[in-house]
Design a binder for this molecule. Structure first.
Ligand code: VG1
Ligand code: CO
Length: 544
């Protein structure tokens, strides 16, 4: 098969963000746009030549077309083998699992995660390294640098490659192997959790749950595992068929976008347990009956109870959370004498800590939790962790969390997102805050005494790499905290995220409504950052 070399010109906007390169589908459809980025991966990740790549995506619009493009380029770039999820589908955690299990030289995941899909919506691509994790900044930066000087890419001419039939085919010198998207992942889950015990919970008839796959990638995984292997009632998984446009929805598992599920966990006929996952299956939301578990609390509960779960019964080595995530997990770590790390936003920063066995569990406030079983956050894993815990404790989600607060205190937590605001205004707002940082300590703001104020920077304890300007933190003497950062996953204008947390040790004061507890702190944040005058927004787009 003849390699065809195509001349191209660099695009100047291919620097990956928090999690890969995300743009509108229309941008990815620009001639050579996808190809340039893929060639930059092959040019910089030289082990892929003669090596094996894992390839799959969340099934969104343009997934299938992009897979064809990448397979042809993989052949032209002398890859020995490509493992493709059947139908081009792989959840992000399943891709990580397969990369690790078959010791491949990396993977390409096609997804814009929780962003909507469709011809006018978002698409994304990211490279995962041989440890199964998102490429660290050194790698994404090298790929980006390559895109700025690229002049040609290689491909082959071929008919459309069958990606729907399991088995192997040959493209030039490259073997294309279509693999079951679900099996390896389900096998790994069986090693970590007590499926027998969870099955008993479902068989008892006393427990009901719903899982909202939001028409995204986890449908087939959840149906196979929950309804197939664990005997949950048929219909437990809702919106289980992946659709290219996620049914027109926003595949983001939070109280706003998963409202259908929220309704099923509310009221007198509510189910006992509700869970949802995002576009690519790495996020999770956990709900009890009339009860929402914040992702930060979910991580803390997991750390406190990991010893009860089969896969972690030998104990955990430590925990990490992203900087804006609440400090609930820190409190557990402290009590248990575990190491606790604070990393910048994005799963890539957990990779070294996991590889070096410094941590076993980690999480982010953005509905992400995971462990050393793979190198991505893992939505269904978190759901199974909770199911396993419910089966062991025979308590409600609400009781488990409230007991947790009694022991460790409660970190009230909320996040305000201002989406698609003017980029210059957003940067101006951040600059203004940065300029004030030095003056803030020991000042009183709206009754809160500032203890520290900084722009978070992180030095990786394993490779010493340094990441600056990762978000502005303002800590107060009562343990509360405000964090400001700009999103690195959006595709329109800028998104400002304001993260707020307040600590309450007294059990008598732990049952209040989050928004009323946070009111004053929110007000303080809005005024301090001059949000309305600078962005024109009187209200956030989403509150979680
Ligand atoms: C967001 C979240 C971050 C998460 C990232 C990728 O990033 O805040 O915690 O790791 O999305 O998640 P940002 O830069 O927009 O705040 V996923 O599920 O979209 O891959
Ligand atoms: Co995701």
């Amino acid at each position: 098969m003849k390699t065809i070399t195509i001349n191209t010109k660099p695009f100047n906007d291919q620097r990956p963000g928090t999690s890969g390169l995300r743009k509108k589908v229309k941008v990815f459809q620009t001639p050579h746009y996808l190809e340039n980025f893929v060639q930059a991966i092959f040019d910089t990740q030289t082990d892929l030549r003669g090596g094996t790549l894992v390839l799959g995506g969340d099934g969104r619009f343009y997934n299938r077309e992009a897979i064809q493009v990448i397979l042809r380029m993989a052949s032209a770039n002398s890859l020995k083998r490509v493992l493709v999820g059947q139908g081009g589908l792989l959840s992000t955690p399943a891709a990580s699992c397969i990369i690790r299990k078959y010791q491949t030289d990396g993977g390409i995941i096609l997804s814009a995660s929780h962003n909507p899909g469709g011809p006018d919506e978002d698409f994304g691509i990211k490279f995962n390294t041989p440890n199964g994790g998102p490429a660290p900044e050194s790698v994404t930066e090298a790929i980006f640098q390559r895109t700025t000087s690229i002049t040609q890419y290689d491909t082959v001419e071929s008919q459309s490659i069958d990606i729907d039939t399991l088995g192997e085919s040959i493209l030039g010198n490259t073997t294309i192997q279509i693999v079951d998207s679900v099996k390896d992942y389900a096998d790994l889950m069986m090693q970590l959790f007590d499926f027998e015990r969870i099955r008993q919970l479902f068989d008892s008839g006393l427990f009901s749950m719903r899982f909202d796959a939001m028409h995204a990638i986890t449908g087939p995984y959840a149906t196979h595992i929950l309804e197939g292997l664990l005997n949950a009632q048929p219909g437990t998984v809702m919106n289980g068929k992946p659709k290219v446009d996620f049914g027109g929805g926003h595949p983001d598992p939070n109280l706003v976008h998963a409202h259908e599920l929220v309704a099923l966990t509310s009221g007198s006929n509510a189910v006992d347990f509700g869970a949802a996952s995002d576009g690519d299956g790495d996020r999770n939301m956990v709900l009890g009956r009339n009860f929402f578990v914040t992702p930060s609390d979910s991580l803390a509960v997991m750390v406190a109870s990991a010893h009860l779960i089969k896969g972690y019964s030998d104990g955990i080595s430590g925990v990490a959370r992203s900087m804006p995530t609440s400090q609930a997990a820190d409190r557990v770590a402290k009590k248990l004498g575990l190491a606790c790390y604070e990393t910048p936003t994005g799963w890539k920063f957990f990779g070294n800590l996991l590889d070096d066995r410094k941590i076993t569990l980690c999480g982010e406030e953005s509905f992400g939790t995971g462990s050393n079983h793979i190198r991505e956050k893992d939505g269904l894993w978190a759901v199974l962790f909770w199911l396993n815990l419910l089966a062991i404790k025979q308590q409600s989600v609400e009781t488990i969390v409230k007991e947790h607060w009694k022991t460790f205190g409660r970190n009230y937590y909320t996040r305000y997102d201002y989406e698609a605001i003017d980029k210059a205004a957003a940067e101006g707002l951040m600059d203004h805050l940065r300029n004030r940082l030095n003056h803030l300590p020991s000042q009183e703001l709206n009754g809160y005494l500032v203890e520290y104020a900084d722009d978070f920077a992180y030095t990786d304890p394993i490779d010493g790499s340094r990441s600056e300007r990762q978000g502005i933190r303002i800590g107060f003497s009562d343990g509360s905290r405000i964090v400001f950062r700009l999103s690195g996953t959006g595709t329109e204008g800028a998104t400002l995220r304001v993260y707020l947390e307040a600590y309450e040790a007294d059990p008598a004061k732990q049952m209040q409504d989050t928004q009323s507890v946070m009111n004053n702190l929110v007000e303080t944040a809005l005024v301090l950052a001059e949000i309305e005058p600078r962005t024109g927004r009187t209200k956030p787009t989403v509150i979680t």
